[in-house]
Design a protein around this ligand. Structure first.
Ligand SMILES: [Zn+2]
Length: 681
């Protein structure tokens, strides 16, 4: 195959440099990865071989410009491996993982390159750099140092081995999880057992069965978290038990998809790597380069919240047990009953039936009249469907985003339906990152896992799915509004314990009166959601927060516990370790399982949130404080939106994030709004 035929070797000529998905074939990937890695190594050699004194231009900026072919192919390949995995892609991913890890190490551990960066860093005060370039230098120096660039040659060899082994193990973890999640989908023979589900959900289950060659049966596919949304409505207790048990069985059934040994080996190797780099634990190593700075700071926050959350959950449990008795039940509430009786109590106490909301949450209205509408009111941006532009799957739709004056912002790609080829959860990623240095625009994507309704039926979202869409769109805005020079700083390229903050803030518009009134209309009659229902949703906002906070904190603490082990610790039993870690913080209530158990905790074992799952609540402090600011300052206005866009979203990672926060808020964040929101006082 001639190189010219490989679409990754040159920038795309499509609008916004949209990858030419129609032209990309399986046989293009491996040669493009090989060419991309070779090209970048040659670029690095050119930098280090330069006899001239290191300058920002000949070292730092040359580094920022390097590796564009690799960047193009990797972005597309890994987007697809999450959104539309194929057997070919999965096999290639496993093959590439150690090569890419070795490639990254070859650059970050290059002694000549590090010496040039260190030399610049030493002279930084005399270089007269603009603030973004000074920050770029500091970030490179810190990241390369933390990556091991200052280690001895012998230690570097050990580090490379560890990195390569870890990348193989984490890839295998994810592959096992996807396979076990598909294997454990719950097969139902009789539709009567699905009592409580809506017509759309039942036809989705029939469709999922047909896709697996089980025509006439029903299949409930698992979601990533422990709790499945259908647990709230399935009236058949035995089916609920089967569903939750299947969810919790992932990775612990023995056989080829068991993740227990991987959990033990991954955490052991991460601890060893941390020691090699001079840290007591992987958690210490990770948090050193976050806004949190130490595991003790994280523990201080989580420990402050855990007792109140556990106490609130116990109160909720009593109310649920009473509801079991009231409805004639003669059993002790189990984990699979929680959501079901929560709905009963919610209805009794607030008269809010969350399934009655679905008809008001039709996907297209939510997207156009809710999510896009809020963004138009805040930022003046508009969205135009571009059916002429194709993405990776016909279900992924492309929208062009423009400013009020018509100037381009970027492309937004929406891929909302669940597929067996898509990993669980919801996420945003950038296909092309904005940079004035490289002259690149922005393309961002949102992936959700909404069950696909029967052909011809509308997609009616749950309350949580609407929240998720607003959330992921918040990440998308962070990417779309990037206004930076260097590509490594664009949009969501910020500290991990900061990155959730803008997306969480965007959730506030879901229930904002003007926004809700604009989109929450009955899909058949067009009638607005009744004001009463709206009021009751608001009143019930802190309802069940004991459970929600507990299951989240339990997972966050578990992630920290696994990563605070030292290289001398020996852990041999995953279940025993989990139990002890949860008991130590009082979050071991069997009726409130962790949001993820270790063997299917993708965030921490394959998703890049290792020792970082605390980030969500960490950034929620900023989120709640920001919601308070918007509320105090008139809410949904262009002035408020522009301030948030200019001072926070557009800055991306190009400066100290907490300084950007202060610039936006006028002070540091306060924790009280978070405690109020979650009822944790
Ligand atoms: Zn998020």
């Amino acid at each position: 195959m001639a190189d010219s035929a490989n679409p990754f070797l040159a920038p795309s000529t499509l609008p916004y440099q949209l990858p030419p998905f129609g032209e990309i074939r399986n046989e293009h990937y491996r040669p493009a990865f090989d060419a991309g890695m070779a090209e970048q190594l040659a670029e690095i050699t050119a930098i280090t071989a330069d006899p001239a004194e290191p300058t920002v231009e000949n070292t730092l900026i040359a580094l920022e410009r390097s590796g564009q072919v690799l960047q193009r192919v990797a972005t597309v390949f890994f987007s697809l491996s999450s959104s539309d995995a194929t057997e070919f892609g999965t096999a290639l991913e496993e093959e590439l993982a150690p090569l890419l890890a070795a490639h990254a190490d070859a650059i970050r551990l290059d002694p000549a390159l590090y010496a040039r960066i260190a030399s610049l860093q030493e002279r930084c005060d005399s270089l007269d750099l603009d603030p973004e370039t000074a920050y770029l230098l500091e970030r490179y120096h810190t990241e390369y140092t933390l990556a091991g660039a200052a280690l001895s040659d012998a230690d570097k060899v050990s580090l490379r081995d560890l990195n390569m082994r870890l990348s193989t193990l984490t890839t295998r973890f994810e592959k096992n999880l996807l396979a076990d999640t598909n294997d454990l989908a719950v097969v139902i023979d009789d539709v009567a057992e699905l009592d409580g589900l809506g017509d759309g959900e039942i036809s989705a289950a029939a469709g999922a069965a047909a896709e697996r060659g089980l025509t006439g049966k029903y299949v409930i596919t698992l979601v990533l978290p422990t709790s499945h949304p259908y647990l709230a409505s399935l009236t058949n207790r035995a089916v609920r038990e089967r569903l939750l048990t299947a969810s919790r069985s992932r990775g612990i059934r023995g056989g080829e998809h068991d993740n227990r040994e991987l959990v033990l080996e991954i955490t052991r190797l991460r601890a060893r790597r941390a020691r090699l780099l001079g840290f007591a634990s992987h958690a210490a190593y990770v948090t050193a380069d976050e806004t949190a700075k130490s595991p003790e700071a994280v523990a201080g926050m989580l420990d402050r919240l855990a007792p109140a959350a556990a106490r609130n959950a116990r109160d909720e449990q009593q109310a649920l047990q009473a509801a079991v008795r009231d409805s004639g039940g003669d059993f002790e509430l189990a984990a699979w009953d929680w959501a079901f009786y929560t709905e009963k109590v919610r209805q009794a106490r607030y008269d809010v039936d969350t399934s009655a909301m679905r008809p008001y949450f039709e996907l297209e209205r939510v997207l156009h009249d809710g999510v896009f509408y809020a963004a138009t009111r805040l930022y003046g941006i508009t969205f135009t469907a571009r059916p002429d532009l194709t993405a990776w799957n016909p279900e992924a739709r492309v929208f062009e985003v423009a400013n009020e004056d018509g100037s381009p912002v970027g492309l937004y790609i929406a891929d909302f339906y669940t597929r067996d080829s898509k990993r669980g959860g919801a996420w945003m990623n950038a296909l092309v990152s904005q940079s004035t240095l490289l002259g690149t625009p922005t393309i961002v994507t949102n992936n959700l896992n909404v069950p696909k309704p029967a052909a011809g039926s509308p997609t009616l979202l749950s309350f949580d799915e609407v929240t998720t869409l607003f959330h992921e769109f918040g990440h998308a805005l962070h990417g779309l509004f990037a206004q930076v020079t260097y590509p490594r700083f664009a949009g969501t390229n910020v500290y991990r314990d900061f990155v959730e903050f803008p997306s969480q803030v965007n959730e506030m518009w879901m229930l904002w009166p003007e926004v809700l009134a604009n989109y929450a209309r009955h899909y058949r009659t067009g009638e607005s959601m009744p004001q009463e229902l709206v009021d009751r949703i608001r009143e019930s906002a802190t309802f069940n927060e004991g459970f929600a906070t507990s299951e989240y904190l339990a997972a966050a603490l578990l992630d920290q516990a696994w990563h605070r082990i030292t290289a001398d610790d020996t852990v041999a039993d995953v279940a025993a370790f989990e139990a002890a870690a949860l008991a130590a913080v009082g979050l071991d209530n069997p009726v409130v399982p962790t949001r993820y158990a270790s063997t299917y905790f993708a965030h921490t074992f394959s998703g890049g949130y290792d020792a970082g799952y605390y980030s969500y609540i960490w950034s929620e402090v900023l989120d709640a404080d920001t919601v308070a600011w918007f509320t105090e300052n008139g809410g949904l206005t262009r002035a408020n939106g522009d301030r948030f866009r200019d001072r926070l979203l557009g800055v991306g990672g190009s400066g100290d994030p907490l300084a950007a926060y202060r610039s936006f808020r006028g002070r540091d964040a306060h924790i009280q709004p978070l405690l109020d929101r979650r009822g944790l006082d």
